[in-house]
Design a binder for this molecule. Structure first.
Ligand code: IDP
Length: 149
């Protein structure tokens, strides 16, 4: 079953948007299989954003992402990786569509409140970076027959 890694960044936590954001994924019909509130270490943040290490914003990004607690999550469902990216919206919140999380709640690219894996392979890498197998729950919602034909 397809899984994706979602993180509510420290700005989303500070702004009290945790419940709202989790609610959107729940209401959509995806299944929560991992959840924790943590302050990421410098090493974890650098590994997570490794692909951006040569970019001018890398230092500020790592410093911001480690600046306070974030909510790390794994969500499961058919097509969840691409669907979550649509629910989240464009990287720049000013161009993100209204109705998306970034479109509804953010104004700045450096404070765009949420991360979602951009591809299935990236999701697998990020999930194993942030979670151990024991931290993930293998379960099926009793709602499934009402969600999936
Ligand atoms: P994504 O989060 O939508 O996948 P990426 O291009 O992978 O976007 O960038 C990762 C994160 O780096 C973004 O969410 C944003 O917080 C930050 N970022 C990307 N581009 C810039 C920039 O030009 N200035 C400042 N921060 C940026």
């Amino acid at each position: 079953m397809e899984r994706t890694f979602i993180a509510i960044k420290p700005d989303g936590v500070q702004r009290g948007l945790v419940g709202e954001i989790i609610g959107r994924f729940e209401a959509k019909g995806f299944t929560l299989v991992g959840l924790k509130l943590i302050i990421a270490s410098q090493e974890l943040a650098e590994r997570h954003y490794d692909i951006h290490k040569e970019r001018p914003f890398f230092k500020d990004l790592v410093s911001f992402i480690t600046s306070g607690p974030l909510v790390a999550m794994v969500w499961e469902g058919d097509g969840v990786v691409a669907s979550a990216r649509r629910i989240i919206g464009a990287t720049n919140p000013l161009t993100a569509e209204p109705g998306t999380i970034r479109g509804d709640f953010a104004v700045s690219i450096g404070r765009n409140i949420i991360h979602g894996s951009d591809a299935i392979e990236t999701a697998q890498r990020e999930i194993s970076l942030w979670f151990t197998d024991a931290e993930l729950a293998n379960w099926e919602s009793t709602m499934k027959p009402w969600l999936v034909e």
